[in-house]
Design a protein around this ligand. Sequence first.
Ligand code: CA
Length: 244
Amino acid sequence: MNISRDYHILVLEDEPATQAMLASLMEGEGFRVTTAASGAQAQEAVAQTRFDLVLLDLNLPDDDGLYIARELRAKSDVGIIMLTSRKEDIDRVIGLEMGADDYVTKPFFPRELVARVKNLLRRLNQPRATRRADGAGGSELRRFNGWEMDMAKRTLLNAEGLDVSLTRAEFDLLTALVNSAGRVLSREQLLDAIGSQFWTPVDRTIDVLVSRLRRKMEADPKSPTMIQTSHGYGYKFAPAVTVG
Ligand code: CA
């Protein structure tokens, strides 16, 4: 199965040989890979790129891996696999509950690490494939890029935890996009989602709503990273969305 496509992994490891091994292992699986050798380099990389998963060495020269995991988790839903040198570290790490999703002790079998990476990516991306907002028993929460959307309360919190006020139509449109994250929806499908009864090919309702959402949500509304345009067709919600 072609799970590797489009996934971008950050390898944060200060030991050169291990870093090179991890990078080539992940590249061999078809993932895009960026490497960092310190907490500072990692912060720089994270500021520029949205990663799907981080392989994070616990023992780094500058920052503590635990601190970095906490920082990453506060800002995003990125998958985090912590690499530790000793078994005892794992107990300490889990005890502190710093937000890593999984832990691997060095030395590890490459195949085992690859399997864990793929499992985590599958888990993180399950919601957009199998869950829906109106699904029975489904959680009401959607999380993406550190944002949180509550379908029951109809609230949207940004990555700083601040409430972003949306109109009914804006919220309904965002709901449709988020619930189909990663897939392009046509203007007609989106109009349907906001309960609009009439549609003509020149209808600009959706485009206007999207531009309003972008002004409220995008760091730079002119080059949006969340709600992306599929020219002549519709829109796609790009971030990975987790449910619950
Ligand atoms: Ca190290």
